[in-house]
Design a protein around this ligand. Structure first.
Ligand code: ADP
Ligand code: MG
Length: 309
């Protein structure tokens, strides 16, 4: 879907992005993770040509974006940023309708699309359609920003630290909403964050940037397997690496066959991190896992969890 080929961007002497080659498969959520100033936004903004590469090329669906008309390119790519950027004097419905209007859709089709999108991002249309941006909370505004980015049904979404300004609870709610929207729509999503837990909550694929260079990429579980080294170890935090690794592994991978009667129950798709949290909050060294297609159910034991590698 997106392919960065030996892409660099220099500002004077400094390389903000330094020879990055990376592929974002169609339908995946790929998270670009790195500390502030590591080049995440610069790399992302080369996809919709808000930044031009100094070297290398960026392909979207096999097409070099350098040959595309920037306006047309951007209409086909949803873009969500931290500050949302809703038009303050436009109602929610008009904000969401921005791109469909540019594309000349019929008013009835636009109105129907706005309803669908508000529902998709978890806002009741009758309550929110006619509000102005100043009548929204930060989390609600960010949901509207997401709806606006999805308005013309682009196959690709770029999201640059969209949830970074939100409080932890609101942020988790939006992460869950985004995963659901992704499951429902199959969009390809490139998501930038400096937040390790957010990255692990969202990513099918992780790409770790450090000082403009891609220092690791792959599935989260593979990336944190064993003793991660170098920048990855630093970025994930030396002392919490083992904890973060639990977020990349399914709880059922350690399930035992056993009597689960009266034990606290985990969701079938829980991770080992969720299991640990439930053990702590329920003061229980054993949990139950429900049976699901291809899995007979079972129990999860604290001793297996702490010795898992
Ligand atoms: P991140 O998004 O990971 O925080 P950025 O991609 O915004 O990082 O920036 C990477 C580096 O490039 C930083 O050191 C930043 O100061 C520099 N940089 C970004 N944009 C410009 C610009 N337009 N002019 C000069 N330097 C820039
Ligand atoms: Mg940035």
């Amino acid at each position: 879907m997106i392919r960065f080929e030996g892409v660099s961007r220099r500002y004077g002497e400094q390389a903000a992005v330094d020879r990055v080659t990376l592929e974002v498969p169609r339908g995946s959520i790929c998270v670009l993770l790195g500390e502030s100033g590591s080049g995440k936004s610069t790399l992302m903004r080369m996809v919709n040509r808000l930044v031009e590469p100094s070297a290398g090329r960026v392909l979207v669906d096999g097409r070099d974006v350098a040959g595309a008309d920037p306006e047309e390119l951007r209409r086909g790519i949803g873009y969500v940023i931290q500050s949302v950027g809703l038009f303050p004097h436009w109602r929610v419905a008009d904000n969401i309708a921005t791109v469909p209007r540019l594309l000349g859709w019929e008013p009835a089709r636009i109105a129907a699309r706005v309803e669908t999108l508000l529902e998709l991002v978890g806002l009741e249309a009758t309550l929110f359609r006619d509000r102005f941006p100043h009548e929204l909370s930060g989390g609600q505004a960010q949901r509207v920003g997401l709806a606006r980015a999805l308005a013309a049904d682009p196959p690709l979404l770029l999201m640059d630290e969209p949830f970074s300004a939100l409080d932890p609870g609101t942020r988790r709610g939006l992460q869950v909403a985004l995963r659901e929207i992704h499951a429902e729509t199959g969009k390809t999503i490139l998501f930038v964050t400096h937040d390790v837990e957010e990255a692990l909550a969202l990513a099918d694929r992780l790409a770790v940037l450090d000082q403009g260079q891609l220092v690791a990429q792959g599935r989260p579980a593979a990336l944190l397997e064993g003793a991660a080294q170098g920048p990855v170890r630093r970025i994930f935090g030396e002392e919490s690496l083992a904890f973060h690794r639990l977020a990349t592994l399914p709880a059922r991978s350690l399930a035992r066959v056993g009597d689960a009667d009266a034990l606290p129950m985990l969701p079938a798709d829980a991770t080992l991190k969720q299991a640990l949290m439930l053990m702590l909050s329920e003061n229980s060294a054993r949990l139950a896992l429900p049976a699901e297609a291809g899995f007979g159910g079972g129990t999860l034991h604290w001793t297996d969890l702490v010795t898992a590698r």
